[in-house]
Design a protein around this ligand. Structure first.
Ligand code: GUN
Length: 283
């Protein structure tokens, strides 16, 4: 392996130490950052993500609460819960864990959260603010990726960033953030016809496909920075990314591992957003 690792777990640890101090300061001033997470149903992956969010909040001193609702809850009832939280001055951040059951329209739920409490950065108002390069809550995974690049002083301006994946949560916003940082951005996705031709031109390659180890070294330019957003569980129970780490780490200049890469940064940036919400900065 010749690539340098960008270790999201270590970076998260450092950022959490800083946040712990900041939260202490805020508490001394009488401000208690509080995050409320809503979990609907019993999806095991969602349950695990939600408990990870609670644990990380505790680590930095942010108080958090999980509201666990039945899978059968109606959209109307869920929206009522959100409206109450919107009006609760004690609650600074609201996060509804996705995906939601099929009978609930996710976009209705996302748009019900007041933009000033939308610590996921999914509300159209916050997406608009992000697109116009205003200070706002940035979606946590893309925010984590930019923070990882900056932590290694990797130059972004003028570089060609290629994104594989166009989800609302990762692909689209990470491309926007890289554009805001003055890179030239190409989006690729499942209908892209000349994928390899495009990915081999990337100085920064962000992979968010959701399939294990599909990006092998022949998709990567020598010296590229490779960010692997995938978290895939193999049959033996181990976790692996969308990137074939073994071959790509011999060709890239920097690479994120899985686990201990982008994953831990997502939760860490949620904590950053929650502190920002408590300070009332994203208005
Ligand atoms: N499900 C998968 N990722 C996320 C996320 O970042 N936020 C929420 N709310 N749900 C998710």
């Amino acid at each position: 392996m010749t690539a340098k690792l960008i270790n999201g777990k270590e970076l998260s640890k450092e950022l959490k130490q800083e946040m712990k101090k900041e939260v202490l300061d805020l508490k001394e001033k009488g401000l208690n950052p509080h995050l409320t997470v809503i979990l609907v149903g019993d999806n095991p992956a969602s349950k695990s993500y939600v408990s990870g969010k609670k644990k990380a909040s505790q680590e930095v001193g942010i108080s958090s609460e999980i509201i666990h609702l039945e899978e059968s809850i109606s959209e109307k009832e869920l929206l009522e819960v959100i409206h109450k939280l919107n009006d609760d001055k004690r609650v600074h951040g609201i996060l509804v864990q996705l995906p939601l059951p099929d009978h609930i329209v996710e976009q209705h739920v996302i748009e019900a959260i007041r933009p000033e409490k939308d610590v996921d950065g999914f509300h159209p108002v916050n997406i608009g603010r992000m697109m116009t390069n205003q200070d706002t809550f940035l979606p946590c995974t893309p925010y984590g990726i930019i923070t990882m690049l900056k932590s290694k002083q990797i130059s972004i301006a003028g570089k060609h960033a290629v994104i594989i994946g166009r989800s609302n949560i990762v692909g689209k916003p990470v491309g926007q953030l890289l554009l805001n940082e003055h890179s030239t951005v190409t989006y690729c996705h499942s209908r892209t016809e000349n994928l390899k031709e495009l990915t081999t031109q990337a100085d920064i390659l962000v992979v968010a496909i959701g399939k294990p180890r599909v990006i092998t070294s022949d998709y990567v330019k020598k010296g590229a920075v490779v960010i692997d957003v995938g978290i895939n569980r193999l049959e033996d129970g181990s976790l692996t990314g969308d990137v074939d780490f073994e071959s790509v780490s011999d060709k890239a200049s920097y690479i994120t591992p899985v686990p201990r890469g982008v994953g831990p940064m997502t939760i860490t940036m949620l904590l950053k957003n929650t502190i920002k919400a408590a300070k009332g900065l994203a208005h």
